[in-house]
Ligand binder design. Structure first.
Ligand code: FEO
Length: 386
């Protein structure tokens, strides 16, 4: 396990999690990486660590450049354990190292780890001299924990951005010009939609602050490092963080005997007729985190479920709970469903969408199997209101 050179005396020393498929409910089909960075200067500095089970990989990569015992500073940009999980192992290997973090970071570290570590607490605007190079710090609270911050190295124009600009991709390639840009941006979009979306206002503030920095290289804590396509990345973040949508509709549903599916398909076709990119997603086959990757671009979100035992189907409830937490804003939609002798699902979905601040234009609820006349009315109403 070797370090990967980024610039003279600056290395990627992270861990590759090839097997990861679930990141607290987010389907990570491509695995992930936890990126840590090593700076060799008068003060030897490690920026972030990796998940606890990849600590040996981190130590091997560091050792390919320098004896870990010589590390002077460990910068903790974010305490979540995918980045701090190896902190105890690192502090054991580098007993003289000082932890550089902000006040929330220090508090968070002390909640997670019992070691008696030497902390140096910094805040936005502070700088730390490493010798020839400097790290200056910008706190980005609630993107997506209170402790989040980014570290900027002006001499090299590198932004160590931690979770921001990350993607869950495990690969042998390390840089954004070594893999398909479409693939990397798609995974960056999935990451934003499933992790960062509720904090978009804070992202706007952070983007504003970062725009004052001269950045040539972005070193995030997951996935590929950005050295070529920074413009496309920043443009995408601007779009996602302002809830800017496209002419797109996502129809999400589950079905028992096919009735709700018939209404879903009718709505899907009505959007197509109106010239929309229409996306049909069945919760028996599509993962909620992949649905969010579509929803982040969608102007319309339509949700359907049959009634089962005076409730909506658990798959639909799970999706609605997940989406409510991620707070997509400024969307409109339709609600639909079917029932036999007692209707409940449509009302419950309406309540979820009201709580998510999605404006419902109309609801459609079929008794048993929707007739052709019922479906014609659905189609006409959707086309009228869109
Ligand atoms: Fe990648 Fe918030 O941890």
């Amino acid at each position: 396990m070797k370090a990967v050179k980024i610039r003279d005396n600056i290395y990627w020393v992270g861990g590759i999690d090839w097997k990861l498929r679930n990141f607290h409910g987010y389907l990570t089909q491509r695995g992930s990486t936890y990126n840590a960075y090593l700076v060799i200067d008068e003060k030897i500095t490690l920026i972030d660590t990796v998940k606890h089970y990849l600590s040996d990989e981190l130590l091997q990569r560091i050792s390919s450049v320098v004896d870990p015992a010589k590390i002077d500073y460990v910068v903790v940009n974010h305490v979540e354990m995918d980045h701090s999980g190896s902190l105890p192992k690192i502090m054991e290997a580098a007993p003289n190292a000082k932890i550089i973090t902000n006040a929330h970071g220090e508090k968070g570290c002390k909640f997670h780890y019992t070691g008696e570590y030497d902390y140096q607490v910094i805040k936005t605007g502070d700088s730390l001299s490493l010798g020839k190079r400097t790290l200056s710090f910008l706190q980005t609270p609630m993107v997506h924990w209170p402790d989040n911050m980014v570290s900027y190295m002006p001499e090299e124009k590198i932004l160590f951005s931690n979770d921001a600009f990350g993607q869950h991709i495990a690969s042998s390639e390390r840089f954004d010009d070594e893999l398909s840009l479409d693939l990397i941006l798609e995974e960056a979009r999935k990451y934003y939609a499933n992790i960062v979306l509720p904090y978009s206002k804070q992202v706007q503030k952070a983007l504003d602050a970062a725009s004052k920095l001269d950045i040539e290289f972005i070193a995030p804590s997951h996935g590929l490092m950005w050295r070529k396509n920074l413009g496309a990345l920043l443009e995408a973040y601007q779009k996602w963080s302002t809830n800017t949508t496209e002419k797109k509709a996502v129809i999400v549903y589950d079905t028992m005997w096919g009735s709700t599916e018939k209404i879903a398909t009718t709505i899907y076709k009505a959007f197509q007729d109106k010239g929309y990119s229409s996306h049909l997603m069945n919760l028996q086959h599509d993962h909620i985190s992949d649905i969010m990757t579509q929803i982040i671009l969608a102007e319309y979100i339509c949700v359907g479920s049959p009634t089962l035992n005076k409730n909506l189907l658990p798959t639909v409830a799970s999706f609605l709970t997940y989406m409510k937490g991620l707070e997509p804003r400024g969307r409109k939609g339709f609600v639909f469903g079917s029932h036999g002798w007692g209707s409940a699902a449509v009302k419950q979905i309406n309540q979820y969408l009201a709580d998510t601040k999605i404006e419902v234009l109309e609801s459609f609820d079929s008794r048993y199997i929707p007739t052709n006349e019922f479906l014609d009315q659905v189609r006409a109403k959707v086309k009228e209101l869109v």
